[in-house]
Design a binder for this molecule. Structure first.
Ligand code: SAM
Length: 203
């Protein structure tokens, strides 16, 4: 398993596939262990790296992960099978905004797909959260550019950064969810319902 994970890191680097930073995945794995997480939904599989890592946090964890890019999807299927995790990780090949998960509820939803669609993902998938579930979002610093907007020359990149800022504003003003922001990896947020009385073991 360790060798497959290392090989995935090499593949991601060589093929410019963005995968989660080590501090961020350690944070999520710790949360999974301390809070008895069983069902996880991930938006943005890429090559299956974070899904496989999350599955290793506990044998009880089951993950559904959604990917719209066919090359990444195929690579993820290959990696999940190689790790013998195909019974605990289901990979859905589709655009997350088109997927119907009616009837399913998740203890943890991990948003790690197109940054410009974060608000849409949150508004859609909050409906699939258990009452004490949490939503974790990655890349809120977007490689440090959110705090350094003046240095951005590309219009596209500026557009993404503006959308991340809008998402942060959306989280801060959300009437149903409280969000904590962590300066870990590329910037992570943890959102949970305001009326959730369960104590979260996060820090
Ligand atoms: C940052 S990568 C995911 C990395 C992965 N979570 C990891 O850490 O190993 C983002 C992935 O989300 C996918 N993606 C972007 N928008 C999507 C959407 N609307 N539906 C499904 N997948 C999407 C991209 O194709 C890409 O593979």
């Amino acid at each position: 398993m360790d060798e497959i994970i290392k090989e995935m890191e090499r593949y991601a680097e060589a093929n410019n596939v963005p995968i989660i930073e080590s501090d961020s995945i350690d944070f999520i794995k710790k949360y999974i262990k301390l809070n008895d997480v069983k069902k996880i939904l991930e938006i943005g599989t890429a090559i299956g790296y974070s899904a496989i890592q999350m599955a290793t946090a506990s044998d009880d964890v089951e993950i559904t992960t959604i990917e719209r890019d066919e090359k990444n999807y195929r690579e993820a299927v290959k990696n999940v099978n190689a790790c013998g995790l195909d019974r605990r990780i289901e990979i859905v090949f589709n655009d997350a905004l088109d997927v119907n998960l009616a009837g399913f509820k998740y203890d943890l939803i991990f948003i790690d797909a197109a940054k410009g669609q974060y608000i849409k993902f949150f508004e859609k998938f909050e409906n699939y959260l258990t009452p004490s579930g949490i939503i974790i979002t990655d890349n809120l610093k977007f490689h440090g550019l959110v705090e350094n907007k003046d240095s951005i020359e590309s219009k596209n990149v500026l557009g993404i950064v503006n959308k991340i800022e809008k998402y942060i504003e959306f989280l801060n003003e959300n009437e149903e969810f409280t969000t904590k922001f962590y300066d870990i990896g590329d910037g992570i947020s943890v959102s949970f319902r305001k009326n959730d009385a369960n104590v979260k073991n996060i820090d």
